[in-house]
Design a protein. Structure first.
Length: 263
């Protein structure tokens, strides 16, 4: 693990994700109350916590799908001081930069229904990376092969199982060649028997050294694959630690109560 900050360069860090004092509210509801989180290159961090504790909002703030109210979000070397409305134009450039370097995998897959599996994976390389079609499709085929779906390239999402759709979504995320992949409860919309195939793809991605932040209640995945578990409750990080320690001996009573429910 490498969490070395570069001294003298405010907001810049060797760590792909470096968040300080993150605050976010929706109207009167204060959802994030000052979250600090650093993720090292190649690290796999699992974020757990009760429903409504702010996990999804936290990872959506990492790629600025949600605009935080205050704090610093430094992702892949691009640092954003949140809540500074005077720097809107600069912000648009930073948001583009961060979105290029991160990819997100959603609970509900979010595939384009009118495109085949191949078309879904090739879409980002074609329209965002401006790759020639032959190259984008060759990349898409390699990635579909990597997630075990080489034979489904021509299928539309409606003819794929939930697990297959989520694997296409992971291939689509990888097609942008991100430095970080953010997963928002990637198995929670799937029937239990389909979890394993998605978790296996994620396990291989972790083994290949991808930096990953995963919101999930998959305790076995956290135990086997993650480097660290972060436990959120009430908009703050209550506890964090190596999975073996946190999952077998959580210190905080609320983490203990939560793990009794999910483990
Ligand atoms: P978790 O992922 O831990 O379940 P979320 O980050 O999804 O928690 O949500 C935290 C709280 O913020 C919840 O009370 C949720 O209803 C609320 N919330 C999330 N997104 C929005 C939104 N776009 N508008 C209003 N409230 C929201």
């Amino acid at each position: 693990m490498n969490t070395t900050d570069q001294p003298g360069t405010p907001g810049r860090t060797d760590s792909p994700i470096h968040i300080r004092g993150l605050q976010k509210r929706f109207g009167a509801l204060e959802v994030l109350k000052g979250v600090d989180l650093t993720v090292a290159r190649g690290e796999v961090v699992v974020v757990m916590g009760p429903s409504g504790s702010g996990k999804t909002t936290l990872i959506r703030c990492m790629n600025l799908l949600e605009e935080p109210d205050a704090g610093t979000v430094a992702v892949c070397g691009c640092s954003v001081e949140c809540g500074d409305r005077a720097r809107r134009r600069e912000r648009a450039r930073q948001v583009r930069e961060i979105r290029h370097r991160t990819a997100m995998v959603f609970q509900q897959f979010n595939l384009f229904p009118h495109l085949t599996a191949l078309g879904n994976v090739a879409e980002g390389p074609l329209s965002v990376r401006r790759m020639p079609r032959a190259d984008a499709e060759a990349l898409a085929r390699r990635l579909l092969d990597r997630v075990g779906l080489a034979d489904k390239a021509a299928e539309y999402p409606a003819r794929l199982s939930g697990g297959q759709k989520q694997r296409v979504a992971i291939a689509r995320a990888l097609a942008m060649e991100p430095e970080v992949v953010l997963f928002d409860e990637p198995t929670s919309a799937l029937d239990p028997e389909l979890h394993a195939e998605v978790l296996q793809v994620m396990r291989e991605l972790a083994r290949d050294g991808m930096t990953m932040v995963v919101v999930t209640h998959e305790v076995e995945f956290a135990r086997e694959v993650s480097d660290r578990v972060v436990f959120m409750d009430g908009g703050v990080v209550l506890e964090e630690g190596p999975p073996r320690e946190f999952l077998s001996r959580p210190a905080h009573p609320r983490a203990q109560a939560f793990l009794r429910l999910v483990a």
